[in-house]
Each structure stands twice: as C-alpha cells, then as structure tokens.
Design a protein around this ligand. Structure first.
Ligand SMILES: O=C(O)CCC(=O)N[C@@H](CCC(=O)O)C(=O)O
Ligand SMILES: [Zn+2]
Length: 326
C-alpha cells in the first residue's frame, strides 16, 4: 500500500499520483504533500503538518500511521484533509534544516532570504495550503484547522504542549476543547506575529491553528509513542468525526503568555540559561537571561519561565522565549 513516509524519504517520482479507496479519494500534490477527500460532503478542512523540522521524527511517524489507517480503511475520513511532511531533505539527513529554519519563513518572509530549497519549499507549502482551503471552502467546508506537529530540542517540564499563534480574534472554542482533550500539559499564547507555519494559517486563512510540541527530538524508530497517545487519539477523532476523547492527564492544562522574545541580533550575543535547563524552568526577577552589545534581557516579572533557549540560532532569529503563567 502507499506509504507516505517511505515515499517521501525515497524522493522517487510517484508512479500513481492519485487513487481511491472505497470511501475516499487521495491525491499526491507534491513531495510529502497528500490530500484526502471523503466522498460525502463535509464542513471541515484540516491541515496536519509535521517534519517542518526534519529531525522531529515522533510526529512524522504518528502522522504516517494516521494516513495509513485512513488509506487502509481501518479508520473513516469525514473531513477534507491535507497532510504535509514539511522539509523532506532535512528529514533525510535527520537535521532541523539544511540551510535555514523554514519555520521562520512563512507569511512571505521567505522572500527576505537568499533563495534556497527551504525558501522555495516554504513558498510551495503556502501555495498548497491556499489552494486546499479555497477548494475545500468551495466544496462547502467552512471550518478550518491547522495543527503543525513538532518536538523540542531540549527536555521539558511539560512533555506535551501547544503554542497558539498571535491573532487579534479570540481563539476558537472548539480548538481549545480539542487541545484540552488531547491531554496537553500546557498552552503558550504568543503575543506578537511570527514566521511560523501556524501563524501563517491563522492570519491568512483564519484557521484555528496550533503548533503542538510532542516530547524531545530523537531519530526515526526511537520514539516512545505512548507519551503522545492522547494527541494521537484526538487527531483520530478529528479526522473521523468522533466524539472527543476523555482527557488523560493528572493535572489541568496550564496557560502561559509570552512576555519576552529573546532575539540574537549581534555577534557577541550570550545566553545565560544553563545548557541543561529544561524548557519551562523558572528564573527569578532580575536574572540576566541574555546579553549582547546594547541590549540586556532580564527577568522582569517576579518569575518567568524559559522556552526553547538556544544560543546557536542564526542572526536575527529567536534564541528563546520568556513566559509567565496566565
Ligand atoms: O526546541 C526548540 O528550541 C524548538 C522546537 C520547535 O521547533 N518549536 C517551534 C515552535 C513554533 C511556534 O512558536 O509556534 C519552532 O521553534 O519553530
Ligand atoms: Zn520544530
């Protein structure tokens, strides 16, 4: 049977770019880009992406299994579904990216970079998403979701969490209930626009969008999928129109807001978060998080927690986020 991940990793041209099962039609729209449509009319258009960072393999495996279940008929499809494996060349070499981080390029920001495979791919994904949501709307699908699946570089005090892109409208109630049911430990609310894929889908297509972080990056085949069973179950219910699963978590979902974006903008940038600090480690007021000529980042609230601290990002990019509890 058609194996999305194997097909994408092989890089081979696809012999049959479209096909059907008893209940759905599928179409290979480009490398790692698969659209699935049920024969019945539906109100919901869903994009699920993974592999925008090539070394974040757990969600790629999870998504591949979901596609397999749909194509084999083990699971019914009741939504229009676009599945995207974001950055196949970086998946092949198990690296976050080849030349530049694609998850900073969306919303046309790819035009600010020297052209490369990743700028072209970001543009292609934007176009594919636009066509998908438009054609789904024309076919009567009015509700749009986008979940972009990632894993973190560091270990984390919250193993499963989501990041909601900044947007002026209220976050959709249906999505918030879904995120809770998926058993996430925390939700981070961005406070400014960014070049992420979910910011793009939220801003341009008014999709209910969330970046999901599932554990720590490991090579293909070495992921503990039991950690993400709630998210897998929630995705299954989403694509099959089933009731939400029961939340499997000991504690309620925590909410954080971003209070500082730490940007590496000078060569002498230094980050003072210890290399072994987990995501969501707390720092007290006054702690110097980072410094470069002309700028010092300090904890300003009584306590702030750090997310994605990384001194090795390219110039001009985010080297960490500071959050407070909401
Ligand atoms: O662990 C890290 O440093 C990064 C993990 C990751 O790729 N996270 C996403 C979050 C996107 C968002 O803010 O919505 C990213 O940095 O692109
Ligand atoms: Zn990522």
């Amino acid at each position: 049977m058609f194996d999305l991940l194997a097909m994408t990793l092989s890089g081979d041209p696809v012999a049959e770019p479209c096909g059907q099962t008893e209940t759905l039609d599928w179409q290979w729209r480009g490398e790692g880009i698969l659209e699935l449509s049920p024969r019945q009319p539906c109100e919901t258009a869903v994009v699920i992406s993974a592999g925008v960072h090539g070394n974040e393999t757990a969600p790629i495996e999870l998504l591949n299994q979901l596609v397999d279940d749909l194509l084999s008929g083990a699971r019914p499809l009741t939504v229009r579904l676009l599945v995207l494996l974001g950055n196949p060349p970086s998946m092949r070499i198990n690296q976050r990216y080849v030349e530049a981080d694609m998850n900073r390029m969306f919303g046309g920001r790819h035009a600010r970079y020297k052209p490369n495979d990743e700028t072209r791919r970001a543009q292609e994904l934007e176009q594919v998403m636009a066509l998908f949501y438009r054609s789904a709307s024309a076919a009567g699908a009015t509700q749009r979701f986008h979940y972009d699946l990632h894993t973190a570089i560091r270990g984390s005090q919250h193993v499963r969490f989501g990041l909601l892109p900044f947007q002026p409208r209220q976050q959709g109630k249906v999505m918030l209930e879904w995120l809770d049911a998926a058993g996430l430990d925390a939700l981070v609310h961005h406070r400014s626009p960014g070049g992420t894929f979910t910011h793009f889908s939220s801003e341009v297509f008014q999709a209910d969008s969330c970046t999901l972080e599932l554990g720590k990056a490991s090579p293909f085949g070495s992921n503990d999928h039991a950690q993400f069973s709630g998210v897998r179950r929630a995705l299954e219910t989403l694509v099959s129109g089933e009731p939400l699963p029961e939340r499997e978590a000991d504690s309620p979902l925590l909410h954080y807001r971003v209070v500082q974006d730490v940007i590496r903008s000078k060569e002498d940038f230094q980050l003072f978060v210890p290399g072994d600090a987990l995501n969501f480690t707390a720092f007290k007021k006054g702690f110097v998080i980072a410094q470069e000529s002309g700028k010092t980042y300090r904890v300003e609230a009584e306590e702030e927690v750090v997310l994605f601290p990384n001194p090795n990002v390219a110039m001009g990019l985010r080297a960490g986020l500071m959050l407070t509890k909401m």
